[in-house]
Design a protein around this ligand. Sequence first.
Ligand SMILES: Nc1ncnc2[nH]cnc12
Ligand SMILES: [Zn+2]
Length: 321
Amino acid sequence: MTTPLAELHMHIEGSLEPELILELAERNGIELPYADLDDLRSRYEFTDLQSFLDLYFANMAVLRTAQDFADMTRAYFARAARAGVAHAEIFFNPQAHTARGVPLSEVLDGLADAVSASEAEFGVTSGLIAGILRDRPASEADALLTDLLAVGAPIIGIGLDSAEVGNPPSKFVDVFARARAAGLHVVAHAGEEGPPEYITEALDLLGVERIDHGIRCLEDTDLVQRLVRERIPLTTCPLSNVRLRVVDTLADHPLRDMLAAGLNVSVNSDDPAYFGGYVDDAFAGLVAAVGLTAEEREVLARNSIQASFASDDRKAQLLGG
Ligand SMILES: Nc1ncnc2[nH]cnc12
Ligand SMILES: [Zn+2]
């Protein structure tokens, strides 16, 4: 019996497939700077995180109404369910939408509509995590959290993402403290392109419960020992690491070494529409490239469920206990 997966690290705007981008552009009467689908697809070559973020934010222009957000999210759930995902914790970037004039209520209503029905429609339990854009001022993050709390946003936590280098976790101490005090879960991207010190800062200054990516922890043996000792979950994204050139190829990805070192890793898709696939594609790639075994897949699946913010009952159900 294979254990189902929890997907803990995916950005819903990164699940916007090229076909849906064009469909939503048509529906909303938006002119895109692409001649056709092939032209759009030809842009999916990235040299680093920023080159991806430029396209990721540009394509969000097609998201205008609650219906757009709901359609995008339902498409993800349908595909994730086929990938073996039974629980999903989904990042979204409120600032990327409000900055374009899309009301926060449209974003939240659309996402909440899909999330509230995900178990009944797709058998996938789910929750939303508001991702703070770390390259924007801390004051903007503070204002966002105030707004989210004021409207009783249907979120389970906050995260920290976007351009990492030069935007350390220390910039966001206050907003994370307020989120924790409000009973929200807290996670942060750290050690993707940024140095191992950012992982330590995220743990010590922000009090995060999981580290998103965290792959650069391998450059610091003391940090690896700490992460193992404290069983800190690292939500790794192998296909993303290859496409954003954090590692050269999937065969070079240190996932198996991380597992062997006793790190609490899981496999996630990050931005599946941009990085060549969903979580089942990532596992298939790892089997082909590094010979990931069925036993290792099982450990990764169990890690993902244990590291999730699902209820204890749901975790027990998914773990087959
Ligand atoms: N891989 C990634 N790193 C940082 N921010 C992101 N936003 C979407 N994908 C991201
Ligand atoms: Zn991410």
